[in-house]
Design a protein around this ligand. Structure first.
Ligand SMILES: Cc1cc2nc3c(=O)[nH]c(=O)nc-3n(C[C@H](O)[C@H](O)[C@H](O)COP(=O)(O)OP(=O)(O)OC[C@H]3O[C@@H](n4cnc5c(N)ncnc54)[C@H](O)[C@@H]3O)c2cc1C
Length: 421
């Protein structure tokens, strides 16, 4: 049998400690992979979920649960349980411009049981989803499973090999799903080249403490602009999640100026948070998000499907990366459950997942690109606080138009639903 292994080093067969057979092998326990595993396991599909880290706790990478995700969890009876995790709610940002505050979207007006973004630490969310999946005997989660190789037979992907603390293991499956995020190894091993766009900014994320006598923030999210920086604050249960947006390419310059420069930007943009900024004393308190936006022209090949950031990396505008990864998972479960149960997955079904998800992805990326060029880039170029363009103010005064951005952020171009809850 011809079994080429796509990898840096081909191991001797005796080095493989175990070989497991399953129906669907999902690489990556982020929002996309974990959700797909839950949805397949509850429909009786055998799933192995492989995650390279030892737990779900790591640096901040977005904690936003959008209305569409809550509606999907509601379909399977988990939305109320999700709300038991300590959370805050955001209905939309209040951006402070030179000519006054501006709210580019307000989810509070949407017709849904969940007219807000729920902020839940991503680690708690992933623990919740995987613990629900673990109630089904078909589900197996392997932590500290660092996938290193893809196994192919006669041009069909039929599994992966992962390195665990005790050595190399193999998982064979009718379908392998690459949900391994923005630096996807499976995407690279499959030879897929993403098309990249160039967002004009990067973001430094950090926490600020809550202090007595806090200013009230309408909508749970504040943004202010000044001197080539945008400062944003998201209200959390017991702290502020803060971000400083700056022009791409300036990280080294900012790093050289040190944490003092970050404190100074915060104080200049929003003096109400000057006291909070004093808590920033060390560069290690800051995490860089190198903002990217890309999408793969092709998300599949025989035996392999990419979802989430592996297929399309989202800019943080609107905070939709988690939402879109989960919507990909829902569509994949809708389309692929029956073929997976039968053990035969035609490539046309994998193409159908891409067909349903590609246009919503392109549409939101186009909207993000517009916002980045018209709002973010202009604000970052200016050396002072800028006015919000009058055309935008007008747009948001017209009732049938003003809720379009909120609907795009909450649901995308159309609501994704589980077809068989
Ligand atoms: C700093 C930061 C802030 C962000 N803020 C937001 C936000 O506010 N809202 C929002 O919606 N999105 C945000 N995002 C984007 C969001 O995190 C992603 O869009 C989303 O997590 C994508 O989900 P995913 O499941 O496709 O991939 P990921 O969440 O990236 O999950 C991929 C998983 O695969 C695992 N993995 C990778 N390689 C391997 C391997 N070889 N073997 C085994 N496991 C592997 C990783 O450990 C990871 O757990 C942010 C991202 C960053 C970096």
């Amino acid at each position: 049998m011809n079994v080429p292994v796509t990898a840096h080093q081909e191991p001797a067969v005796e080095e493989i400690r175990t070989v497991e057979q399953t129906s669907c092998c999902i690489v990556g326990g982020g929002p996309g992979g974990a959700m797909l595993a839950l949805l397949l396991a509850r429909r009786g599909v055998r799933v192995a979920l492989l995650e390279m880290h030892k737990d779900f706790d790591r640096e901040f990478r977005g904690d936003t649960i959008h209305p569409s995700v809550m509606e999907i969890l509601d379909q399977i009876g988990l939305a109320d349980k999700l709300h038991e995790i300590p959370h805050t709610k955001v209905t939309g940002p209040t951006l402070q411009f030179a000519n006054g505050p501006f709210r580019p979207f307000d989810l509070g007006r949407l017709k849904t049981r969940f007219p807000y973004i729920l902020l839940v630490p991503q680690a708690r969310f992933l623990e919740f989803i995987t613990s629900e999946a673990a109630k089904y005997p078909q589900f197996r989660l392997v932590m500290r499973a660092n996938v290193q190789q893809m196994v192919e037979e006669n041009g069909v992907v039929c599994g992966v090999r992962y390195l665990a603390p005790d050595g190399l293991h193999e998982v064979r499956a009718s379908l392998t799903v690459g949900a391994d995020g923005r630096f996807s190894l499976l995407r690279r091993l499959a030879g897929f080249e993403p098309i990249k766009t160039s967002p004009p900014m990067d973001v430094l994320w950090f926490r600020l403490p809550k202090l007595p006598g806090e200013p009230e923030i309408t909508g749970g999210l504040f943004g202010g602009i000044g001197r080539g920086r945008i400062f944003i604050m998201l209200e959390r249960t017991d702290y502020w999640q803060a971000g400083l947006v700056f022009p791409k390419g300036q990280y080294q310059e900012l790093r050289a100026k040190g944490v003092e420069a970050v404190r100074q930007s915060i104080t200049e943009i929003e003096p109400r948070f000057a006291r909070h900024a004093e808590y920033l004393t060390d560069w290690h308190q800051l995490t860089l998000l190198s903002v990217e936006s890309s999408r793969c022209p092709r998300w599949h090949k025989p035996g392999l499907l990419l979802i989430g950031d592996a297929a399309h990396v989202m800019s943080p505008v609107g905070g939709v990366g988690i939402n879109y990864a989960i919507q990909d998972a829902v569509v994949a479960a809708n389309v692929l459950t029956t073929p997976l149960l039968s053990g035969r997955i035609p490539e046309a079904d994998l193409a159908e997942v891409q067909r349903q998800r590609e246009w919503p992805t392109r549409a939101i990326q186009a909207m993000q690109s517009f916002m980045q060029q018209r709002l973010v880039a202009n604000a970052l170029r200016a050396q002072r606080a800028v006015n919000v363009p009058w055309q935008l103010r007008l747009f948001f005064r017209i009732p049938i138009l003003r809720d379009l951005p909120a609907r795009m952020i909450a649901f995308g171009t159309r609501r994704v639903r589980l077809t068989e809850p």
